[in-house]
Design a binder for this molecule. Structure first.
Ligand SMILES: [Zn+2]
Length: 141
């Protein structure tokens, strides 16, 4: 058995199992492979299977059910808004800029942006202070 991540011409992605690669090719050629969502017969192997775009085990910490969840989310949203409205957005250069500010190569200022997991680890190792910017689901209270 072989599993393929498939995509129809309408962009639906789904996984399907086939007896072999040859069996998939044969069924696809005869139009027997159809989209599980819309029934479209123009199905191809997805260029990027979801499992490949995101490394296995790449997790984010989450919580739910605490009685003060709504209040905490409110505070986090206010915090996020404060940072994003007052600090400079530096995009992917966050680690680089944070390092420059820490070593006083540039004038101190608030910044926010994106950093890879490796960059975050590097900043922590260098004793550079930063806070995670909460990635909140929008207004679902
Ligand atoms: Zn479809």
């Amino acid at each position: 058995m072989i599993q393929y991540a498939l995509q129809c011409s309408n962009g639906h992605q789904f996984d399907a199992w086939f007896g072999s690669a040859a069996a998939f090719d044969d069924q696809q050629r005869r139009g027997l492979v159809t989209c599980v969502v819309c029934g479209d017969g123009a199905v191809e192997k997805a260029l990027m299977a979801p499992a490949l775009t995101r490394p296995a085990g790449d997790k984010v910490a989450v919580s739910a059910g605490h009685p003060d969840t709504a209040k905490i989310r409110e505070l986090l949203r206010a915090y996020r808004h404060k940072v994003t409205s007052e600090a400079d957005y530096v995009g992917n250069k966050f680690a680089e800029e944070a390092r420059k500010i820490h070593f006083e190569e540039v004038e101190a200022r608030g910044i926010y942006g994106e950093a890879t997991r490796d960059e975050v680890v590097g900043l922590a190792e260098d004793g550079i202070e930063f806070l995670p910017l909460p990635d909140l689901p929008e207004e679902h209270n």
